[in-house]
Design a protein around this ligand. Structure first.
Ligand SMILES: [Zn+2]
Length: 183
């Protein structure tokens, strides 16, 4: 078991686009195991590498009691049909909000051995794949909400006990009188 701490909203790693995986090596397989263990422990339906502080295009998923899976360097084909449902995120503990997504998805990428892999899913699996792939681009589910919903979500986030607001840059004023001759 190797459960890693999950990064929370406010951590800049969640806003940093992840790099494509180039080396399908033992380190990558360890990352997939860490993500799987951390996701199952949480528990969650999906987890993306940036959520444990790793900037690589890798996510794991565990939906509808099937075996946990993973996908590396995903690219998505979305159905035109939409679907709205409550959605949560392990980086926003305890919160869920309605988010519009595509109803179906075909996701192409690779497994941890570098073999091509396609995941086809609808509803919850499709939602999960879209949510996790967004994480790899530094996009969070609050970005997918309409403005009224996002406003309500941000209020709930600010009130959440885990939320640590980012410190605002402060303007410091020199205590010394410069008489207009400071450089
Ligand atoms: Zn998430």
């Amino acid at each position: 078991m190797s459960v890693k701490p999950i990064r929370l909203f406010g951590d800049p790693v969640l806003r940093t686009p992840a790099e494509p995986v180039r080396d399908f090596d033992t380190e990558l397989r360890r990352l997939v195991k860490d993500l799987t263990d951390t996701m199952l422990d949480a528990p969650g339906a999906g987890l993306a590498a940036p959520q444990i502080g790793v900037g690589l295009r890798v996510f794991t998923y565990h939906v509808d009691d099937n075996e946990p899976g993973h996908l590396i360097n995903p690219s998505l084909d979305l159905s035109s049909e939409g679907d709205e449902d409550d959605e949560g995120c392990l980086s926003f503990p305890g919160l869920a909000f309605p988010v519009k997504r595509a109803w179906g998805v075909v996701a192409k990428g690779f497994n941890m051995y570098g073999d091509p892999l396609t995941i086809e899913g609808t509803e919850l699996l499709a939602r999960c794949v879209q949510h996790e792939t967004d994480h790899l681009d530094g996009i969070l589910f609050i970005d997918r909400m309409d403005s009224a919903q996002r406003k309500a979500a941000m209020k709930a986030i600010r009130e959440a006990e885990w939320f640590d607001p980012p410190t605002r840059p402060r303007v410091r004023v020199s205590p010394h009188e410069t008489r207009g001759q400071a450089f």
